[in-house]
Design a protein around this ligand. Structure first.
Ligand SMILES: [Zn+2]
Length: 729
């Protein structure tokens, strides 16, 4: 396809828009398709990575290729328009997505680039430590532009592949510009027409298609541009979002109820809300679910004409409007491609474009900002704006998994994963460390995996940290990825108390907590045997702190009994009771836990023992619905008092701690265990404390009573004691 003009070129030329020359000869950026594997000679395979790339470069022409079935494309982004120095790859088999990865590159030689894969999907732990070396060149026999990639892991070359150049673009998009009767669609403007502009701006006719092409889209215009008649023929009829959606279904020649790399833009007169433009195709249209949303937007002529700021010179009004029309159209198209406003880089969102994690987002010069609301005013905006998307937006548009960007696919501003997991470009002052209590990171079937999280002050000064956010789902975002599915966010069942509390950490000090990531408000996670990746991010003082990526392995069922129990065990009710350490009124749940207690070979029996035992540690009153009814037929409510039952509690816990308390503590999580210590300690002294006293004493209690209850080794007790001092409550 090199040298072939696209439909967009032809239509743009027909519309009088100059297309900048495509420098295919010198340009290396673009999409490459898989051509084959190298059979690596043994001596290359065992080279350390420093030597490997040059060895591959020397040896690469000597080896055969192994074709495989499937399709794999790589997007190299090192030159051309707004290069991001990024490479990304996507592999498919015949049916489904296989993998997606992204790495930032640095140039290491005339033809070589090197980077670490920071976005892996879905084989997390295999990808996380991969490095990639890219070697660009031309096939000596065919002259074709080629790209060789060498992937490395744990200092070793693991495999090398060749790709051939396909297109200078990264994605495809088809646009259809329809217009309401009486409205002239304006899809380009001249960059020098308005005097307020950067002095460096190239003077040209700039069209929507060209802007999208420079963002990396092979842009075609639908040949079916058509007029949409105004119902009732009222020239000032204002559009509602729902009406726009209905019009899209009727008038868009490519309309389909499925994701597709196409979108519809309507040039209309007036919106009922007086918008300049709108991405009307929301997830929900007046209460009606719209699963394939983000496919359509509209631009409003009257809205724009009415929005000219007072300080635009009268002579500049027409060029101001023309520029603003194109700007608004690209802005709304950006929304269709799942871009948000820069100021919506929400602190706690899992939004892929987290921007730069600072409060400066309102200053970002991008189509996705609002010039009229720009902090320094629209004049300053256009003085500096170069008619481009920001780097983070380009990273997303060009290199994010396709479903995030494709109109009609991933939900608006959701289902995004981390932008820069392993890069950890966030705050250097803190470390957020995830680990598992056991060094292997393996969990038995049925056991909800628990993660030990530590927030460590790595700076040289005392720092205030939002202790409550660390323990609270609003502040800590935890993502779980499986090998065969998209990432999902863990939402815990409940917050700890002590909201809004901030703590001071001296240099080297840490906060600790245990996260029962195996179960949460959205149900159970990680129920199927296999490997999972977990990563967290916390926002502290407007900076993001990324955790290390952690790999967890869930083992296969060890017996038929475990498999049989799973049906009743992986329910929201059981998940909740395990996560909150038991409940006295759990009814059927306690029956399931009693069955888990019988699986003595599986640590889930220890967890069940603890969940059944802990409610016995305190007296408590519970409002329950009684068996009788009030005279008007409603169920009678009553308080039932449960007395603490030390003997029963001991009977449950003794077998669980038989081979040492460590196993029990690790299965439930260090911090969770430490929170229960005070209640247990008192009980083992044979006095059941009244509930209020126990609650009071449960704050900041040291771990000393621990040894008396469940003996653990000296260093283990020390570790727990130091964690106890850094617990968030
Ligand atoms: Zn907007």
């Amino acid at each position: 396809v090199k040298g072939v003009r696209t439909g967009a070129d032809i239509s743009a030329e027909a519309a009088g828009v100059k297309v900048p020359p495509i420098k295919t000869k010198s340009r290396r950026s673009g999409t490459y398709l898989y051509a084959g594997d190298y059979v690596l000679p043994a001596e290359v395979k065992h080279l350390r990575r420093a030597a490997a790339a040059s060895a591959i470069a020397d040896a690469r022409l000597l080896h055969r290729f192994n074709p495989w079935f499937g399709r794999e494309e790589v997007r190299l982004d090192i030159d051309g328009d707004f290069p991001q120095m990024v490479i990304s790859g996507t592999g498919w088999n015949s049916f489904a997505l296989l993998s997606h990865w992204i790495a930032r590159l640095t140039q290491t030689g005339t033809h070589t680039y090197h980077g670490v894969i920071f976005y892996p999907e879905p084989k997390l732990d295999e990808w996380f430590y991969f490095e990639v070396t890219a070697i660009v060149g031309n096939d000596p026999s065919s002259g074709d532009q080629i790209l060789d990639l060498v992937f490395m892991n744990a200092d070793m070359v693991t495999y090398a592949r060749r790709y051939t150049f396909q297109t200078q673009f990264f994605r495809k998009i088809e646009l259809e510009f329809d217009y309401v009767a009486g409205v002239v669609p304006i899809t380009s403007f001249h960059t020098s027409a308005h005097p307020n502009r950067p002095s460096t701006l190239v003077h040209e006719d700039l069209g929507i298609e060209t802007i999208l092409e420079r963002a990396g889209f092979d842009t075609t215009l639908s040949g079916n541009q058509s007029e949409v008649p105004l119902a009732g023929a009222l020239s000032d009829a204002a559009w509602e979002d729902k009406e726009l959606h209905d019009a899209m279904q009727v008038h868009w020649s490519s309309y389909a109820e499925r994701p597709q790399w196409a979108l519809w833009t309507l040039f209309a007169g007036l919106h009922s809300q007086n918008y300049l433009g709108v991405m009307f195709d929301w997830q929900d249209l007046g209460g009606i679910p719209n699963p394939y949303h983000r496919q359509g937007c509209a631009i409003f002529e009257s809205g724009l004409s009415a929005a000219v700021p007072w300080n635009v010179q009268p002579g500049d009004v027409p060029s101001w409007i023309a520029r603003q029309r194109v700007f608004t159209a690209v802005h709304e198209i950006g929304h269709c491609l799942n871009l948000a406003h820069p100021h919506e880089g929400h602190p706690h969102s899992t939004f892929w474009i987290e921007q730069d994690g600072s409060a400066d987002n309102e200053f970002t010069l991008t189509f996705m900002n609002h010039p009229i609301n720009y902090l320094h005013g629209h004049n300053v905006f256009f003085q500096n704006f170069e008619f481009r998307f920001s780097d983070n937006e380009l990273l997303f548009l060009r290199h994010a998994p396709g479903r995030f960007v494709e109109p009609g696919n991933s939900a608006w501003m959701t289902n995004h994963a981390f932008q820069r997991s392993a890069e950890a470009v966030g705050s250097p002052d803190f470390e957020l460390r995830l680990s598992t209590a056991s060094a292997t990171g393996r969990f038995a079937y049925l056991v909800p995996p628990v993660i030990e999280a530590a927030l460590i002050n790595r700076s040289t000064e005392a720092r205030n940290v939002p202790a409550s956010q660390f323990a609270d789902q609003a502040g800590l975002v935890v993502m779980i990825g499986s090998e065969d599915g998209p990432m999902r966010q863990w939402l815990p069942y409940l917050n700890h108390c002590g909201m809004g509390e901030s703590r001071t950490l001296l240099p080297g000090e840490a906060l600790y907590d245990s996260l029962v990531v195996g179960a949460g408000r959205t149900g159970w996670n990680m129920t199927r045997p296999g490997r999972y990746g977990v990563q967290a991010v916390l926002r502290i003082a407007d900076r993001l702190v990324f955790s290390n990526p952690l790999t967890i392995t869930v083992e296969a069922p060890a017996s038929r009994a475990e498999e049989r129990l799973a049906v009743d065990f992986f329910t929201p009710e059981v998940g909740r009771v395990l996560a909150v350490n038991g409940s006295r009124i759990a009814g059927g749940v306690n029956d399931v836990l009693a069955r888990a207690l019988e699986l003595k070979q599986n640590p889930v029996s220890k967890l069940a023992a603890m969940a059944l035992a802990l409610p016995l540690a305190l007296d408590f009153k519970q409002l329950e619905v009684g068996p009788t009814e009030t005279p008007d037929g409603r169920p009678r409510k009553r308080f039932t008092t449960y007395k603490a039952d030390p003997a029963a509690l001991r009977a449950l816990l003794a077998p669980a701690a038989q081979e040492g308390a460590e196993g029990l503590i690790e299965t439930m999580g260090h911090a969770r265990y430490l929170r229960e210590v005070p209640a247990l300690a008192r009980l083992f002294g044979e006095e059941a404390p009244p509930r209020s006293a126990a609650a009071k004493n449960s704050r900041r209690t040291k771990a000393e009573p621990l040894a008396a209850i469940l003996p653990v080794g000296g260093s283990y007790a020390d570790m727990l004691a130091s964690k106890s001092a850094g617990l968030t409550w």
